[in-house]
Design a protein around this ligand. Structure first.
Ligand code: CA2
Length: 149
């Protein structure tokens, strides 16, 4: 039988492949695979499917945002990492698709260095969840499940 559950793209940007291996005091000790597992468990309860990806390349994130729309994804969770604070290309890509995008951060960039206070992603995202460690992703997923996004 084919799987017709709505798909949530979970897109992760540069250096997040190192999660759990460095700077646990800022980002926690969960790896990206741990977070994928948490999301898959919660998504199953909610009747959703997770497609979790990570790249260190800005253009790949742009391509995946376009793909999310083309493939009919229900929504995107996006942790653009440092590109959050620099990327007009990602802002334009979010504006160019109708798929809702939720901005996710492990830390709370607004309480960190000044250069992290500006988020280009927030200018187009349907919602931002930040500062809850790995739980930020789960909270963002639940916002889709409860119809907030
Ligand atoms: O808090 C977040 O999720 C961030 O998106 C993480 C980014 C940072 O540039 C943003 O301001 C906030 C950094 C991701 C780097 O990930 C690392 C993981 C382990 C060790 C070092 C970096």
């Amino acid at each position: 039988m084919s799987d017709t559950k709505p798909v949530i793209y979970v897109l992760n940007g540069p250096n997040l492949n190192l999660l759990g291996l460095r700077e646990p005091e800022i980002y926690g000790s969960d790896t990206l695979d741990d977070i994928a597992g948490m999301l898959e468990d919660r998504a199953q309860e909610m009747g959703l499917t997770i497609d979790m990806r990570q790249t260190n390349h800005e253009g790949m994130l742009v391509d995946w945002l376009h793909e999310a729309q083309a493939e009919g994804a229900r929504a995107v969770l996006l942790n653009a990492a440092a590109y959050t604070h620099t990327s007009i290309a990602l802002l334009d890509a979010i504006k160019a698709i109708s798929t809702p995008v939720i901005e996710v951060h492990l830390s709370d960039p607004s309480t960190r260095e000044e250069f992290r206070h500006l988020s280009y992603i927030a200018k187009a995202a349907a919602k931002t969840v930040q500062g809850h460690g790995a739980q930020s992703y789960v909270i963002a997923l639940e916002a889709i499940g409860n119809g907030e996004v």
